[in-house]
Ligand binder design. Structure first.
Ligand code: ATP
Ligand code: MG
Length: 332
């Protein structure tokens, strides 16, 4: 494992693709430093975001006229790598590179079709204390394991929005997994997100890191907490969902580009949410439902047991798995 510490070797590139060269916002005609800064603050971090944005939104974000915004968008569309069509064989090739990370619970792995998948978003939702953060920690350790043991010999980007990342838990879990605790901690790159815009910017930052290190897992714990507290009123549903949507798509793109798994947590409110009255429904409504490939709804059982239920998966049957939260981490 030490051989794979810093720069990604050529040998590893068949599991994680080389990223596309990025064109900066400032490279577009009509965008100076100030405008670029304003756009980035609003979450438009690259050309693709601009290419698919509406002129009204861009005008508002950059405090420019709609006509200028329209021009900028047009230019972004020409310059951005908006993708396009690719043969089914290419899609199949990419799918073949899919990796899976164990949760350390056989039952939960089975529920997910063999573990947490790369190139996909896996959501853990549930009330407080159901194990969302513990699972995120556990997967951050497990991804470092050799493939034969359910890992991807990868490193981790961990976006912590609630200050609940605990290095001590990583140490416990690393010991439980037979990894050197110091080494395990060194491979988890943690950033605290202070608000939702910062959270989105950190995904852009993560791309820089992923060019140097074999990042195979990106955790956002919690995906929705900042969005929820910042957009409180009924009138703010649209902007909240728009930003959340953009965030999720940036996460998905990260997963595709670096063949990384995306794990997000989402608290289910016991208090009815003004926007999503049903207390058993994860926050973020249909936006998260559409973007997340695997959604596990967690609930408490007789301690230390918890129950995970798979909800709306495109290719797996619904089902439940029982797991335990122990001192050494997640267990069956
Ligand atoms: P929240 O919505 O508040 O973020 P969560 O779903 O993220 O909640 P976790 O923090 O993952 O909840 O789980 C907390 C639970 O994990 C504790 O109630 C306890 O059962 C278990 N746990 C945490 N640390 C340990 C430990 N060192 N030993 C045993 N169990 C632990
Ligand atoms: Mg938590």
């Amino acid at each position: 494992m030490p051989s794979k510490s810093t720069a990604r070797s050529a040998g590893a590139s068949d599991s994680a693709p080389e990223p596309r060269p990025e064109i900066a916002l400032e490279d577009l005609p009509g965008i100076g430093t100030t405008t670029a800064e304003k756009l980035r603050e609003s979450g438009y971090t690259d050309l693709m975001e601009l290419a698919v944005a509406s002129p009204g939104d861009v005008a508002e974000a950059a405090e420019i006229g709609v006509a200028i915004a329209q021009k900028i968008i047009g230019e972004a569309r020409r310059k951005a790598d908006v993708g396009g069509f690719e043969p089914g064989t290419t899609v199949l090739e990419r799918r073949k590179r899919l990796g899976r990370i164990t949760t350390n619970s056989k039952a939960v792995d089975e529920l997910l079709g063999g573990g947490v998948e790369t190139q996909a978003i896996t959501e853990f939702s549930g009330e407080f204390g159901t194990g969302k953060t513990q699972l995120a920690h556990q997967i951050a350790v497990d991804v470092q394991l050799p493939t034969a043991q359910g890992g991807l010999e990868g490193e981790v980007v961990y976006i912590d929005t609630e200050s609940t990342f605990r290095p001590e838990r990583i140490v416990d879990m690393a010991k439980g997994a037979g990894l050197d605790p110091e080494g395990a901690l060194a491979k988890i790159h943690v950033a605290r997100a202070f608000n939702s815009n910062h959270q989105m910017l950190l995904v852009a930052k993560a791309q820089e890191l992923a060019r140097e290190k074999p990042i195979r897992l990106l955790v956002v714990d919690s995906l929705t907490a900042h969005f929820r507290s910042e957009y409180m009123g009924r009138g703010e549903l649209a902007p909240r969902q728009q930003h959340l949507n953009r965030h999720l798509h940036e996460l998905l793109r990260f997963g595709d580009t670096y063949n990384a798994a995306i794990v997000v947590t989402n608290q289910v409110s016991s208090r009815p949410d003004i926007l999503f009255g049903d207390p058993t429904r994860p926050i973020g409504g249909n936006i998260v439902a559409h973007a997340a490939t695997y959604r596990l709804y967690l609930r408490k059982s007789k301690p230390p047991k918890r129950i995970a239920r798979l909800i709306d998966s495109p290719n797996l049957p619904e089902g439940e798995a029982v797991y335990s939260l122990t001192g050494e981490g997640v267990r069956d």
